[in-house]
Design a protein around this ligand. Structure first.
Ligand code: UDP
Length: 261
């Protein structure tokens, strides 16, 4: 698979064309941003961990029939994924109240929700990703009713799967964000999950201690983000013998190799 020109650079990833018009390469950067880009830094090794964790989760999802964009992981930083037209909506699923939900509605931090809550936000940095209702989505034809119902059903299946997977490794899945897109393949306009699933996009708390093992370590200046992400990877059985240091070393090695070429 030949890597072509850069098509798009986002906050945490870069997308490159390939010689197959339906496939793109997704490169995981080490950049971390929060609060609509107001807080930024680079955390060495984050991209490598997210690439591995997301590959693990998305390939497990394929096995249970939740269609997604992952074709395969190519190397420590890159995945081959299906090209999609992304739907301009962030789909958030919550099991425990925290973050913007507590601020917006005054719900007490840590409240266990009686049923999973799905929220929709318009993907628009300039507008600060405002929360929208189902009616907005239908009125502005971002999706039709059948498509939205299909996504809601898949979000519910996805949440059940992820809750179980993380519970099995002593982690509470507090909430997460995903995006969907329309594929360009033969079955045109098929909707698939087209996003990473990682500690950057999920809130993950240790079951016993409620220790945060996700991007809130950066948002809230708690430090030790790499050890937390490494802990998630180890518990999922992805990094067996590797320590925090080796993830950073692998990053250094691959950048040395790239410079030599
Ligand atoms: N989230 C994300 N990207 C975004 C906004 C939210 O991945 O642009 C994730 C976030 O990590 C959390 C969930 O979506 O797991 C809910 O986020 P919330 O609305 O509470 O965001 P906050 O405003 O607190 O960052």
């Amino acid at each position: 698979m030949k890597k072509g020109k850069k098509l798009y650079e986002g906050k945490a990833k870069i997308i490159y064309a390939t010689n197959d018009k339906n496939l793109v390469i997704q490169y995981f950067k080490d950049d971390a941003t929060a609060f609509n880009n107001q807080k930024k830094t680079t955390i060495e090794g984050k991209g490598v961990l997210n690439n591995r964790i997301s590959e693990h989760i998305l390939s497990n999802l394929s096995e249970v029939g939740i269609k997604n964009h992952l074709v395969k992981r190519i190397n420590m930083r890159e995945q081959l994924v299906k090209l999609v037209d992304i739907i301009p909506i962030e789909f958030i699923v919550r099991n425990i109240a925290t973050g913007s939900l507590t601020k917006r509605l005054g719900i007490e931090e840590g409240t266990v929700l009686e049923r999973p809550l799905i929220e929709y936000c318009l993907k628009d940095d300039k507008l600060g990703d405002p929360i929208i209702s189902r009616e907005h989505i239908l009125t502005f034809n971002w999706l039709n009713e059948i498509q939205l119902d299909w996504i809601d059903e898949n979000l519910s299946r996805l949440n059940d799967f992820l809750l179980g997977m993380f519970r099995g490794v002593r982690i509470k899945l507090v909430d997460f964000k995903v995006e969907f897109g329309f594929t360009h393949e033969s079955e045109k306009n098929q909707i698939i999950l087209a996003d990473e699933i990682s500690p950057d996009t999920c809130r993950l708390w240790d079951t016993l201690t409620d220790k945060k093992l996700d991007k809130d370590r950066f948002r809230k200046d708690l430090g030790d983000l790499i050890p937390a992400y490494t802990e998630v990877a180890k518990r999922l059985g992805i990094l067996h013998e590797q320590s925090n240091v080796s993830v950073v070393n692998v990053t250094r090695l691959s950048s040395v190799k790239r410079k030599k070429k």
